[in-house]
Design a protein around this ligand. Sequence first.
Ligand code: FAD
Length: 380
Amino acid sequence: MNTDVLIIGAGIIGAACAEALAARGVQVTIVEQDAIGSGATAAGMGHLVVMDDNAAELALSSYSLALWREFVGAAPARHEYSRCGTIWVAADDEEMDAARAKGDILRANGIDCTLLNAVALYEREPALRPGLAGGLLVSGDGLVYPPKSARLLLERAMANGTQLVMGKVASLLHDGVTTAGVLLADGRELRADTVVLACGSRSAALVPELPVQPKKGHVAITDRYPGFIRHQLVELGYIKSAHAASGDSVAFNLQPRPTGQILIGSSRQFGTEDLAVEPAMMARMLRHAASFTPALAGLNLLRCWTGMRAASPDGLPLIGPHPARPGLWLATGHEGLGITTSLATAHLLASQLLNDRPAIAAEPYLPARFTALANHGGVQ
Ligand SMILES: Cc1cc2nc3c(=O)[nH]c(=O)nc-3n(C[C@H](O)[C@H](O)[C@H](O)COP(=O)(O)OP(=O)(O)OC[C@H]3O[C@@H](n4cnc5c(N)ncnc54)[C@H](O)[C@@H]3O)c2cc1C
């Protein structure tokens, strides 16, 4: 089989890339070893959130949020979309200063947000524990059910001629100096002019020099309690724990699903690829969540699970050509923001591949920023 672009991995990133490329007339084949959207995409919380730890993250997430609102607009229920908004909860005066500073940055970038004092916070979210200082409401944020969105993206790609191949990619194929396709574990060879690696936390299994490592996260979901909370609630302290480069941490992150269920996140752990739920880590995460919303402790938990984020050293994804392997492109390393940034990733990748002008600058996300890739010896 010959194809213009072959994408490895049908998580939200691979599916979004297939959709964007197929919509521009590219002949795409996408290879998936498991169910569509079953990796980190199924494990994640699906919070569509503008993040502003640095200018590049803000540019990518806010551009992607705009694309999401357009994408879900026609059929929000099919994505289980809700424009719930995010409240960044400030525990004390110091975090209130952080909320104010965050609000200034977001407003300067055209993002609607409102500073909430304590009274305004409790009016909106009475289940929060007493004594909090306030928060910042970002009203354009929302949520989706990611595996459904991944399937919808792939459906659109397939309607534009994308072929789905079920199989595990065992290795990349090389043709002299360029990547020329993939070899599947069952012996099939798929040839392509361009290969896009979109394997999430498994990316380094095929391209070992990638500076991407798994970061495990626990999540739990309750029975239905409509109205328990109304916005996605995230502690401002989350930012510190989310970007720690080592060590285990938990952060308060609570989501009101459209079903009335409460999705509880999340933990961060390095140095393990074992997806087993760890009772001690789960207990720590739940205790921390209940310290913000005490009545949570009385709700029934239905299920808990884990997933692996693909973490890059600088917290930004790798989107663009591998600097030392012609024909190989990367769309990976999205860490805890890959649902949000999937659509912008796909547009950036398609613009680069087709030599269009991208809507935002591509440079901050180029894989060439990592010397481990730039200095790699090429095809091996
Ligand atoms: C606990 C947790 C909470 C999160 N919460 C959020 C959130 O609220 N908001 C947000 O924006 N992001 C969130 N994320 C991050 C988000 O889920 C990921 O960034 C995103 O799903 C990554 O998508 P992906 O397509 O790169 O990876 P994946 O979804 O893992 O997809 C990769 C695919 O590649 C396939 N694959 C791998 N190797 C091969 C191979 N050799 N051959 C064939 N197929 C292969 C896999 O089977 C898989 O389907 C969260 C992540 C976790 C773990």
